[in-house]
Design a binder for this molecule. Structure first.
Ligand SMILES: [Zn+2]
Length: 95
């Protein structure tokens, strides 16, 4: 079985738990390293992006993780980590 060849829908990978799946199951986070990151639920923004599972606690887990110096370094978020964590928690409460 050739990986990546099942169907033509784009597959995404959650940065928190490494689950793979259809992009509809993921929240996109868009931004630029060193500039800042924001939730991009409609996947409308250009530029760099990464993905988190919408429904499994990965958004909360990721937000908690980037509030720590270790997690912030791991994802190279720098000073924008805290504001992204806040934006993710707000998105979570609204959805
Ligand atoms: Zn996940």
């Amino acid at each position: 079985m050739a990986p990546g060849r099942r169907g033509h829908r784009p597959q995404r990978t959650c940065v928190q738990c490494r689950a793979k799946g259809d992009k509809d199951g993921f929240l996109r986070v868009a931004g630029r390293p060193g500039k800042g990151w924001e939730p991009d639920p409609g996947a409308e923004r250009s530029g760099r992006g990464f993905y988190l599972c919408r429904d499994t606690g990965c958004v909360e887990g990721f937000a908690r993780s980037i509030r720590t110096p270790k997690g912030s370094r791991r994802f190279r978020m720098g000073a924008s980590a805290a504001s992204l964590a806040e934006a993710l928690e707000e998105w979570r409460e609204r959805s």
